[in-house]
Design a protein around this ligand. Structure first.
Ligand SMILES: *Cc1c(COP(=O)(O)O)cnc(C)c1O
Length: 399
């Protein structure tokens, strides 16, 4: 079956009692044994639950992996993967990773003796140069958050494998509809299902998919031992969200392209970051590696923090909020919101200045989206003094 058909059908058929079309929510902590030592495949919901299993089978199929563990959040997915490593191991992480990834890696460094290097992996040769004898993992996030840099999964995975290290891809920004890292030789995929997979901003969830059976078995052990599993209700919601993943991704991209082109032609806007634009430095790699460019667009405001705050406060269709990938449009200021927990030095090195605004373009009518951005970027509606003192919100931005 094709991917689009699998989003709707794979794994959902769990009700043999009544043949319900939709997977029931098995809201139970435990399961009655048929006889001593005999179950119907489930004994306790931390270990396995039929609703969660339906989601896991679905996601494993969409990514083309041997198996999936669905967990409580994207960070739980990342933490589960990090438990594959041991003290003394070295992990090389892309330098502009998700802020929460950098934060948990720092904790593992400080408390558990994992060594971490942050490297600009846009040139795969930089990975080669950063390898150490104890390198066991390469953390790849592409497109990156929030600047949408593209990493070459195939090249990085090949280098990782030549050194006996795992290639791990955070595929949250594109979903398996637009990017399937196993086709480019990655070993593990993590998702925040909070984002496009669920798509309706009403769940936090995560998943890890393993390409091989041995890694899947180890991850299942860890998810159970750590108690990471997603709840039956959240699993059910994500499974429901995935049924419309294909048409949603199509609409997100259609709108995001229009927004990127609109911003590129707006005089209040500096650089626009969208891999679908021909001007994006890695447009060709994105075309080769991805099946679509996704719904995230970032841009730099011409001006200072006063102008940035003006945009953040003026929008009406966009909501000022963290997160992404839902049907509604969101606007984010990475330096003070999603990436505030990132080490300031690393943030500066990654190029995430306080002038950068990130958009999660929703599936509202495009005219409303463009009118909203156009009005917010019209700085003539109030007097802008270039030397304007930072506002209270700007002052709260971590140094
Ligand atoms: C949101 C996000 C995460 C973390 O997921 P949660 O569900 O918020 O825990 C990890 N990686 C990326 C790329 C994300 O956008």
């Amino acid at each position: 079956m094709r991917l689009q058909t699998q989003t709707i059908h794979t794994g959902v058929d769990k009700d043999t009692a009544y043949n319900s079309i939709i997977t029931p929510i098995y809201q139970t902590s435990t399961f009655r044994f048929e006889d001593v030592g005999v179950t119907k495949g489930y004994d306790y919901s931390r270990t396995a639950n039929p609703t969660r299993r339906a989601l896991e089978e679905n996601l494993a199929a969409l990514e083309g992996g041997a198996g999936c563990v669905a967990v409580a959040t994207g960070m739980a997915a990342i933490a589960t993967v990090l438990h594959l490593f041991r003290a003394g191991d070295h992990i090389i992480c892309t330098h502009d990773c998700y802020g929460g990834t950098e934060r948990i890696l720092r904790t593992y460094e400080e408390q558990f003796g994992i060594e971490v290097s942050y490297v600009n992996l846009q040139d795969p040769r930089n990975l080669e140069a950063a390898l150490k004898p104890n390198t066991r993992g390469v953390w790849i996030e592409t497109p990156s958050n929030p600047l949408l840099n593209i990493l070459d999964i195939r090249a990085l995975s090949a280098t990782a494998h030549a050194h006996n290290a795992l290639a791990i891809v955070d595929n949250t920004f594109l979903s398996p509809i637009n990017q399937r890292p196993f086709e480019h030789e990655a070993d593990l995929i993590v998702h925040s299902t909070t984002k496009y997979l669920n798509g309706h901003s009403d769940v936090v969830g995560g998943a890890v998919i393993a390409r091989g059976a041995a890694l899947f078995e180890r991850l299942s052990y860890l998810a159970n031992a750590l108690g990471q599993g997603a709840s039956p209700f959240d699993s059910w919601l994500v499974l429901r969200g995935i049924k419309t993943l294909v048409p949603r991704m199509r609409l997100h991209e259609e709108n995001a392209r229009a927004v990127a082109e609109f911003l590129a032609g707006n005089s209040s806007v500096g650089r626009v970051y969208y891999p679908g634009l021909k001007s994006h430095p890695q447009h060709e790699l994105a075309r080769r590696q991805q099946d679509g460019f996704g719904g995230m667009v970032s841009f730099e405001v011409n001006g200072g923090i006063g102008e940035v705050n003006h945009v953040l406060r003026s929008v009406r269709v966009f909501s000022l909020a963290e997160s992404l990938g839902g049907i509604e449009s969101l606007i984010d200021h990475p330096a003070s919101m999603t990436h505030a927990s990132m080490h300031p030095e690393l943030r500066a090195k990654a190029g995430i200045t306080e002038r950068v605004i990130r958009l999660s373009v929703g599936i509202e009518h495009i005219d409303d989206i463009l009118e909203d951005l156009g009005a917010a970027l019209d700085f003539t509606v109030r007097v802008c003094v270039p030397s304007e003192q930072p506002t209270a919100a700007a002052a709260a931005v971590p140094a």
